[in-house]
Design a protein around this ligand. Structure first.
Ligand SMILES: Nc1ncnc2c1ncn2[C@@H]1O[C@H](COP(=O)(O)OP(=O)(O)OP(=O)(O)O)[C@@H](O)[C@H]1O
Ligand SMILES: [Mg+2]
Length: 411
């Protein structure tokens, strides 16, 4: 590692914990260290046992340290709370002297942010999506601008995406990080982080849905008109597929997981004929045989159950017809063959497996091409976009790394 400044991410997943270290090389991030190990104390995305989780994190910290001989303290961490709620909210201010200042922008954002949450909830992120100047109170029409500072206007409205999670979930993440002798700021919503390495601005402009199917949960985030508009966490992931296989054939979970990984395919449609597969039933020594076709049928039905949940949620939000760029899939459970094809045939919208944009972040093939690293890679890149604070006339644009938190320094 050549740089003094570097960045560290910790993905606390239901099945594994990943730590990545990256530094800036020629305007993009390069992963130079990593650790991975089994998760503990995490159920369906939520930390339920802080002690176990922090012990698991500490073990991965040591692996990350050994991989690059670099100690670290400050990290970026994820949260994936099934009790998540997201709202899109406007805040408006009058511009007293006719020219919008940074203070006006700040006030408009504060007014949008001023949501009354229940005592057990907290706002972890407020993403400004759009600013509108001089909105007519009757027609609700105004001029949308990206960078309002310095513009002449009578009113300024900020349209924001507000992410609200349970206080208990945030506190469990923060305690687990603190008890692992690490420090972090507010955790980042899993799907917002996971979208960073994969989605282009064009896709966000056209409408796109990032789907991260992990072990315990599936996180989605929808982007339309350039910004985030919706996020959801479903309590269903790859472990549920394994459980359904175990239930259907009366086999232990470990055996079901083996069959899923070894033979798994997401669609029966493309199978050519059938064959017998050997398996170990519960409580019996002798091996038995099951039909490959029936295994794939169970897998397909279970993935379809999950896709139906996603479909219903998008329909309720009236977003099902707004995804011109379709679905981008990531997370370990999308490694099953034919996952993207099943998504395509369910939604009839283009669906593809996420491919890391190597102009943003680079690393070993193993990390860049494996979707289990999506969230950890995204946490390295994630930074609240504050380009709206730049004046329109200004050419003084900061590069990618200028966007990244200044707080992540060498320990
Ligand atoms: N080849 C494969 N085929 C099918 N499923 C797979 C394959 N490889 C891994 N999986 C599944 O991926 C899941 C793990 O994915 P991932 O590492 O993204 O989860 P996680 O981040 O630990 O969990 P979560 O995000 O839900 O908290 C497991 O359920 C595992 O069975
Ligand atoms: Mg995950």
């Amino acid at each position: 590692m050549a740089n003094e400044r570097f960045f560290v991410s910790v993905d606390i997943g239901s099945s594994k914990i990943v730590i990545l270290l990256a530094e800036e090389v020629e305007g993009r991030l390069k992963v130079f260290g990593h650790g991975i190990g089994p998760s503990a104390g995490v159920k369906k995305g939520l930390i339920v046992d802080v002690k176990k989780a922090s012990q698991a994190i500490k073990a991965v910290v040591e692996k990350a340290y050994s991989s690059c001989n670099t100690r670290f303290h400050y990290v970026s961490v994820n949260i994936s709370d099934p009790h998540l709620s997201v709202i899109n909210r406007d805040g408006q201010v009058l511009i007293s002297d006719g020219i919008i200042t940074e203070k006006d922008v700040d006030l408009a954002l504060k007014s949008a942010k001023a949501v009354i949450t229940s005592p057990n909830k907290q706002v972890i992120d407020t993403v400004p999506n759009r600013f509108t100047i001089d909105k007519d109170p009757v027609t609700r029409q105004g001029t949308d601008v990206d960078k309002p500072i310095g513009l002449e206007a009578k009113t300024l409205e900020a349209n924001t995406h507000i992410v609200i999670v349970s206080k208990q979930a945030v506190s469990a993440v923060q305690k687990s990080i603190a008890q692992s002798d690490l420090g972090s700021s507010s955790p980042v919503l899993n799907s917002m982080a996971a979208s960073e390495p994969y989605l282009s601005q064009d896709e966000k402009d056209n409408g796109v849905c990032l789907v991260d199917i992990g072990a315990g949960v599936t996180n989605i985030s929808v982007f339309t008109n350039g910004g985030i508009t919706y996020s959801e966490v479903f309590k269903m992931g790859g472990d549920y597929i394994t459980e359904e296989i175990a239930y259907a054939f009366d086999i232990p979970l470990t055996e079901a997981e083996r069959l899923k990984i070894q033979y798994g395919y997401a669609q029966t449609k493309l199978l050519k004929g059938d064959k017998l597969i050997q398996f170990q039933p519960i409580g019996q020594c002798e091996k038995r045989y099951l039909s490959y076709h029936s295994l794939i049928e169970v897998i397909e039905q279970t993935y379809l159950e999950l896709f139906t949940l996603i479909k219903q949620a998008l329909k309720i939000e009236k977003l099902d017809r707004s995804l011109k760029s379709g679905f981008i899939l990531t997370g370990g459970a999308t490694k099953i063959q034919g996952c993207d094809a099943l998504m395509l045939s369910t939604f009839r919208i283009r669906s593809k497996l996420g491919q890391v944009d190597i102009d943003k972040i680079q690393g070993s093939e193993k990390i860049i091409s494996d979707p289990i690293y999506a969230c950890a890679l995204g946490l390295l890149l994630y930074e609240p976009d504050e380009s709206y604070l730049e004046e329109l006339q200004s050419d003084n644009r900061s590069g990618l790394i200028g966007k990244i938190k200044g707080g992540l320094f060498k320990f």
